[in-house]
Design a protein around this ligand. Structure first.
Ligand SMILES: *[C@@H]1O[C@H](CO)[C@@H](O)[C@H](O)[C@H]1NC(C)=O
Length: 368
């Protein structure tokens, strides 16, 4: 094959693979409708993975002409509320009744009760994130979050405003698929009905559904009622009203006991997590015995056949002044290992430092 041809084939191949990855991601999200699947090898591959979530909404008069709200309130989207978690947590389940917290959010867009209910479940949660409101029907909003080896799934919801109790969202979407952390995946979103407030149109008055219904996807044929705002008998499928894209920004490798540190830090949200990390680093500075984990050995004493190393140097400055960076410290061999003696421990240690919240312009850090 001609080299240029070869190159072209390769590029096409890459595109195909990327496209497949997106399709598989989207299909599995829909097919599983919330089923959690986690692959062991993701658990091994990295300790901490940083993702961007971007919500793009397409509620326009052109796509959804029926009952498009022209006046008070104009079409918009509430703040998006999301979290990463392990397999023991569900934000909502299709065909099941919504929790009080979820239905309150779906009806009012207020996060208070969701926050309260999540505070009770901190042990299964890892990180929380918010995407700012989208003030128009068409728009976008984004945020970042962490997943880790034992919390690879993400859930979120956004209220459609105005509406009785309609929202878009995902429940328990695993970012670990087929053994890999997904690089980039886009999932179409359709309106969901929380089942707790009756009303067929965006602006119909709210009254409680009795008995409480279950969470259902609203389609061009459901609810099967001419008055429904999404009832379009002439089309087969509604276009997605929004899309969500997850993009992997960075994967922190499982080195230098990072795994153990992350384990200790789970249940914390990002700010707490990073604060604790920097505190640990400070303690490690003050006391060379802390933070060496399994590698800790007696620095000064020991027999004369064992390897002996110096005390740790001070930590290097953080590699990032804005955002999550790394810093190192080192030590040197004072006495080499002799036959029968103990091996030298690792001579370099790396830790996280900084905080995503320190950035005055967060966007600059995340742009790449
Ligand atoms: C989720 O985390 C909690 C707390 O650590 C644990 O008790 C539970 O077994 C975990 N669930 C799964 C499915 O791993």
């Amino acid at each position: 094959m001609h080299p240029a041809e070869q190159k072209q084939t390769k590029t096409m191949h890459c595109k195909l693979v990327l496209w497949l990855a997106i399709v598989i991601g989207a299909v599995s999200a829909i097919a599983s409708e919330g089923t959690v699947f986690t692959d062991e090898s993701c658990r091994q591959s990295g300790a901490l993975v940083f993702y961007r979530i971007k919500l793009v909404t397409s509620w326009s008069k052109k796509l959804f002409p029926k009952h498009y709200p022209e006046f008070r309130p104009p079409p918009h989207w509430s703040m998006t509320f999301g979290q990463t978690h392990n397999d023991s947590f569900r934000l909502f389940e299709m065909k099941h009744p919504a929790s009080v917290a979820v239905s309150t959010f779906a009806e009012t867009g207020q996060v208070g009760s969701l926050e309260e209910s999540l505070a009770q479940q901190q042990d299964v949660l890892f990180d929380e994130f918010r995407l700012p409101k989208i003030r128009k029907g068409k728009g976008e909003s984004e945020a970042t979050f962490f997943v880790d080896l034992s919390h690879p799934t993400v859930s979120f919801m956004t209220k459609i405003v105005p509406s009785p109790d309609w929202f878009v969202g995902l429940d328990s979407f695993s970012l670990c698929s087929r053994g890999r952390w997904l690089e980039k995946v886009t999932v179409p979103l359709h309106p969901l009905d929380a089942g707790t407030s009756s009303g067929l149109t965006f602006t119909s008055p709210k009254w409680p559904t009795n008995p409480r219904g279950v969470i259902e996807r609203i389609t061009a044929r459901f609810p099967l009622h001419f008055a429904s705002s999404f009832f379009y008998p002439e089309i087969k499928h509604l276009p997605p009203i929004a899309h969500v894209t997850f993009t992997k920004i960075k994967e922190y490798a499982n080195r230098n006991n990072v795994h153990k540190k992350v384990k200790r830090m789970k249940q914390k949200q990002r700010t707490k997590l990073l604060k604790k990390l920097s505190q640990q680093s400070e303690r490690a500075d003050a006391d060379p015995g802390v933070g060496q984990g399994v590698n800790a050995i007696r620095d000064a004493s020991g027999s004369d056949v064992d390897c002996r190393v110096s005390a740790w140097s001070t930590w290097s400055p953080c590699s990032k002044t804005c955002g999550l960076g790394k810093r190192n410290r080192a030590r040197s061999v004072l006495q080499a290992q002799r036959p029968g003696g103990r091996e030298c421990p690792s001579l370099v240690e790396t830790q996280w430092c900084g905080s995503a919240r320190q950035c005055s312009v967060i966007d600059n850090y995340f742009r790449w």
